[in-house]
Unconditional design. Structure first.
Length: 256
């Protein structure tokens, strides 16, 4: 009986070891959120608004070392210094800081960030916030998450955005979208905002946008197998001609 029990236990150990060796226990891509990120509290202008901006990774070196995703929370609890604290004051995230997850130069690409989820509470995205986020590997999906949890993997920009920084999404060369929507709340599309975003199929600019700056959409859709489309409303009163540089053959701009 004892021999049989020992045999059964040994068999269980062997089977367990076999199952573990055949299973990748680290298969899930780590998701950076809440305490994995850093924040800056926005000035409290009316005495009641509690808002903050996400400014980047708490440990950038670790994030750069392995493939990962980022989920920017809609609400986060912070201490008085803007440090994540589960027992702190609740703040609504309304901004993403300059170079939070990207870079201003191609020499320091963020190729390990594969997906980011942005709450639709965000109204400002800083310079190069996601700039140079991938060439062969890197950022493929930007999801906008509504207050009730619905996700839109296409539009890339939050619907109430009022400020977009220079080079915000420059050279995100494998970022994919069937239709990027530029919300009417954004009056100016800045220089090189989507420069070299090769896999975007369509950009729809809503009524209310007024200016398209230098090379905002230069090289957009260049690697697509099909032409891309840029829809421009009548409210746009200034366009730099460089916006149409390197458009794929048969691509078109539609003026509404």
């Amino acid at each position: 009986m004892k021999k049989m029990l020992v045999f059964v236990l040994a068999l269980c150990v062997v089977m367990q070891g076999t199952m573990l060796s055949g299973m990748n226990v680290f298969a899930d891509t780590p998701d950076y959120t809440n305490g994995d990120l850093t924040y800056s509290i926005n000035p409290d202008t009316d005495g009641s608004a509690k808002t903050a901006a996400v400014t980047g990774y708490k440990d950038r070196a670790a994030a750069m070392a392995a493939s990962h995703t980022v989920t920017i929370p809609r609400m986060v609890t912070l201490d008085e210094n803007g440090v994540y604290d589960p027992q702190g004051t609740a703040y609504t995230i309304t901004g993403i800081g300059a170079e939070a997850f990207g870079h201003l130069t191609s020499a320091d690409r963020n190729i390990t960030l594969t997906k980011v989820s942005i709450p639709d509470s965000v109204t400002a995205i800083g310079d190069a916030a996601f700039g140079y986020c991938g060439q062969i590997t890197g950022l493929t999906t930007v999801s906008i998450v509504s207050e009730n949890g619905e996700t839109d993997d296409n539009r890339i920009l939050p619907p109430h955005l009022t400020t977009l920084g220079t080079k915000a999404f420059k050279s995100c060369e494998i970022l994919e979208s069937n239709e990027v929507v530029i919300p009417g709340s954004l009056k100016v599309v800045p220089d090189e905002a989507f420069y070299s975003d090769f896999r975007i199929s369509k950009i729809k600019i809503e009524e209310g946008v007024e200016r398209l700056q230098n090379q905002s959409f230069f090289y957009v859709g260049y690697n697509n197998t099909t032409p891309w489309t840029l829809e421009i409303p009548s409210t746009v009163n200034y366009m730099n001609v460089s916006n149409f540089g390197r458009m794929k053959s048969a691509s078109k701009a539609v003026f509404n």
